[in-house]
Write a protein that binds this ligand. Sequence first.
Ligand SMILES: [Zn+2]
Length: 450
Amino acid sequence: MGKQTAEAGATPAAVQQRGFTRELEERLLRYVRIDTQSDDSSATSPSTARQYDLLNLLVEELRSMGAQDVRLTGYGVVLATIPPTVPADCPVIALLAHVDTAPAFNATGVKPIVHRNYDGADIVLPDEPGVVLSPSQFPYLAAKVGDDIVTASGTTLLGADDKAGVAIVMTAVRHLLENPGLAHGPLRVAFTPDEEIGRGVHSSLPADLGADVAYTLDGAGLGEIVFETFSADRADVHVKGVSIHPGQAKDKLVNALHLAAKILDTLPHVTLTPETTEGRQGFIHAYQLNGTAAAADLHFALRDFELQGLRERGELVTKICAAIEATEPRARITCSITPQYRNMRYWLEDDMRPVDLARESCRRIGIEPFTQPIRGGTDGSRLTEMGVPTPNLFTGMQNIHGPHEWVSLQDMAHATAMCVKLAELWAGERRGAAARRATPLEAAPVDWAG
Ligand SMILES: [Zn+2]
């Protein structure tokens, strides 16, 4: 069958998909070239001024496509409204994506490459020929033969995390604004900074967003819908020793570094660490140690899917600190536990409509949705806790935060179609309608493939 015949016989959905794919490519390639890396060590908000390069561009683009109430907040979030096309009192839904890229890898000078109609072979990235994307190493890639694959050039990350999400939201919004015949309620859009350093949700965001339900477009493989994340606390340990000149130290020096090392050594090594756990198991992650003989600081990430497990992680660190302190009465060891974010399932189980409608919109575009708990948090974890239920939806992004990052434009086009469908499905709901609770089956632990 010739190409023309295929085009002539294409379904409206296929034509729409091709239109989305072209627009997504144009947007993604433009957005990833803008360096928006966030910086954990910065105290400002947003953490880096370069994030404004994309935030300001999105303000302009939203205004020129006809979105309303477009503004950039003082804390660096772009907000906009897409007015409803139906008169009904339906819930306000929001679509979110983050503009920053991870500090974990070089993000300057990204050169995106489109590998059109992927043939299933190894993809060698030209600027660092040792960096090879091989379908045997990355099975998801093997499933994308025929798709248009976007990669970086080998020396940088791509930044599909989360510019794929930004491009998807922008394309869906442009499509809705240009097609007022499509039914949807009031829609809000937010582009946030600093998600990668855990500072994406400002305390004013829920009120400024003004949404009943939100979705982050920050997930991975086709069909993935996440409504379960880790619960997270941080443990900060301070060890105060006794400092003295080493030449006169006999029976006087209490070395904080040795005590810090003892704490690390006493904590579990062959269990309860990130490198020895998977699936639904929690962990204690020692991620930072600094100090001198006089004083040392240790920082731990505590993670578990259940609050009981999370409490136990904190108690273990606290007990070990007390035990080490007891071995050296002249030392002072303190341990403080700070809550970070909570598993969004606790809130979503009380009203599963945000998840159910996401699943339904996925099925309506011909994709079978799947759910798995993620061993991390999202901006949606915090937003959900603050009263705006916010599941995370797929974008297609793969191998994020490094040179092997890639995304399929066709996956992104499906995500765009899902957003449009989701807006339509929410138009059939009413504000204040009865919540739909999770059935016991859904509330039970989801199988984890890890
Ligand atoms: Zn992300």
